[in-house]
Design a protein around this ligand. Structure first.
Ligand SMILES: NC(=O)c1ccc[n+]([C@@H]2O[C@H](COP(=O)([O-])OP(=O)(O)OC[C@H]3O[C@@H](n4cnc5c(N)ncnc54)[C@H](O)[C@@H]3O)[C@@H](O)[C@H]2O)c1
Length: 423
């Protein structure tokens, strides 16, 4: 008897499905690698009968991933990995595709976790997470399901950090592939995807002109590099703050000013945090900011900003635009917080462009098939994406772009494997 009720779901309005279908198809046209994998899955059915619980941003690109997994034979249930990132038309369309989806843009904390519970009620054998909320909820509240679980995939840096902490504490319940760690994921999705879409989200939320303004990027990892380079391309003066001296020297040599947050706080017009860390912008920084400063976050959780602090030191708040909360400080200065500190690119924008999610989700699909095939030989550890998958995704992407590359000659293969040739 099937565990899943394929007609289930909790979305804003099922009447939005037609609009969702059209936008899913639009994104699909920019995802040729995933389309090829979907065609292959249709024939080979590598996920036949595997129940997958997914907790991902419910976007047009995720919908294309769900359809590829469904083509591979998986039984799916999906919920949002952030209360503000759901595209309601996509959620409605997915229900029509018989993929039970539990996600409503703007859902409150209780509904968010209620939706995770709905996915868990489908008794998943595999988890597909973006931020690790599904794995931690299964581990803390539903251990009886663990005997049936074969593995999981994790999409983002913060999720991988949490999973590695679970492994260190000896509580990681099953093998998980860190999809984020594939080169064809973080080098492109985190850098170019977050770079472009974060600025898109800031602009959509505020319509601010970036040329000539000072943008402070907090954290110069993969996402921070992308945001800094795109902000600079739009004519902004970019300041980077870091805690890792290697990243700081890289930012300095990439041409940005590097300084402590206490100094940057006085100079910035726009602040973006992307550290995956806690309270990187806090009371002492808000107190130094210029009148009109715009503050947002593109890291996974909104606790990168100390939102209690801004509320505490303010006399009032106005909401002049949909994703803007304008706080008035005691001395009359105003500071704008965007999208309640949630990932700005997914809250005020549409998240990463499909062409870049093509590679991230090709990795997800291939890793799910890998887990279905190889879980018997895996331990309760966080695994990197197998090199063959990473390389295959790059090859397929290049070929979809009509780009060819050289291959090593036999002589070069021999040379690269030998130590005897010297000066
Ligand atoms: N918005 C999106 O769509 C999106 C996409 C991918 C990743 N993410 C999230 O963005 C965050 C960053 O991801 P990443 O891949 O760039 O990680 P990363 O590990 O490559 O980079 C994070 C950087 O932040 C720095 N940092 C940490 N604490 C800091 C502090 N107090 N001040 C200044 N710098 C500090 C670290 O030294 C590191 O260089 C994670 O939460 C990740 O999950 C978001």
């Amino acid at each position: 008897m099937p565990v899943l009720d394929r007609t289930a779901g909790d979305v804003k309005d099922r009447g939005l499905a037609e609009a969702g279908r059209a936008r899913i198809a639009w994104a699909g046209a920019y995802m040729p690698v995933l389309a090829q994998i979907r065609d292959r899955f249709e024939v080979e059915k590598p996920l036949a009968g595997v129940r997958i619980g997914a907790c991902l941003h419910v976007t047009t690109e995720t919908a294309n991933l769900m359809l590829a997994l469904q083509a591979g034979g998986a039984e799916l249930a999906l919920c949002a990995s952030n209360p503000l990132s759901t595209q309601d038309d996509v959620a409605a369309a997915l229900c029509e595709y018989e993929i039970p989806t539990f996600a409503i843009k703007g859902e409150d904390h209780a509904t968010y976790y209620g939706h995770i519970e709905s996915v868990i009620a489908s008794k998943p054998q595999m988890s597909m997470d973006d931020g690790c909320d599904l794995v931690t909820t299964i581990y803390t509240k539903h251990r009886h399901l663990l005997d049936d679980m074969i593995g999981g995939c994790e999409e983002t840096t913060t999720g991988v950090i949490r999973l590695k902490a679970m492994q260190r504490d000896g509580v990681l319940p099953y093998p998980v592939v860190a999809v984020n760690n594939a080169l064809t994921k973080h080098m492109f999705d985190n850098r170019y995807g977050t770079g472009q879409s974060t600025l898109d989200g800031i602009i959509r939320a505020t319509n601010v002109l970036l040329a000539g303004r000072t943008v402070v990027v907090i954290g110069y990892g993969w996402c921070g590099r992308g945001i800094a380079s795109r902000a600079s391309g739009l004519g902004a003066h970019v300041i980077v703050t870091e805690v890792d001296p290697r990243k700081a020297i890289e930012a300095q040599m990439d041409g940005y000013r590097v300084m402590p947050m206490a100094d940057a706080a006085k100079m910035g017009d726009v602040f973006v945090s992307v550290t995956g860390n806690y309270h990187v912008i806090r009371e002492e920084h808000f107190k130094l900011m210029k009148d009109g400063a715009i503050v947002c976050n593109s890291g996974h959780f909104n606790d990168e900003l100390d939102l209690d602090a801004i509320r505490r030191i303010s006399t009032g708040v106005a909401r002049p635009r949909t994703f803007v909360e304008q706080y008035t400080l005691h001395d009359g200065r105003k500071i704008c917080i965007l999208a309640d500190g949630r990932l700005i690119n997914l809250s005020a924008g549409e998240g990463h462009p499909a062409a870049v999610m093509d590679m991230s989700f090709a990795n997800q699909a291939l890793c799910a098939a890998y887990l279905a095939r190889s879980h018997g030989s895996l331990e309760k550890k966080v695994y990197d994406v197998p090199l063959e998958i990473d390389e295959e995704v790059a090859e397929l992407k290049l070929s979809s772009m009509g780009v060819e590359i050289d291959v090593l000659t036999p002589e070069q293969v021999k040379y690269m494997a030998s130590w005897s040739e010297g000066t």
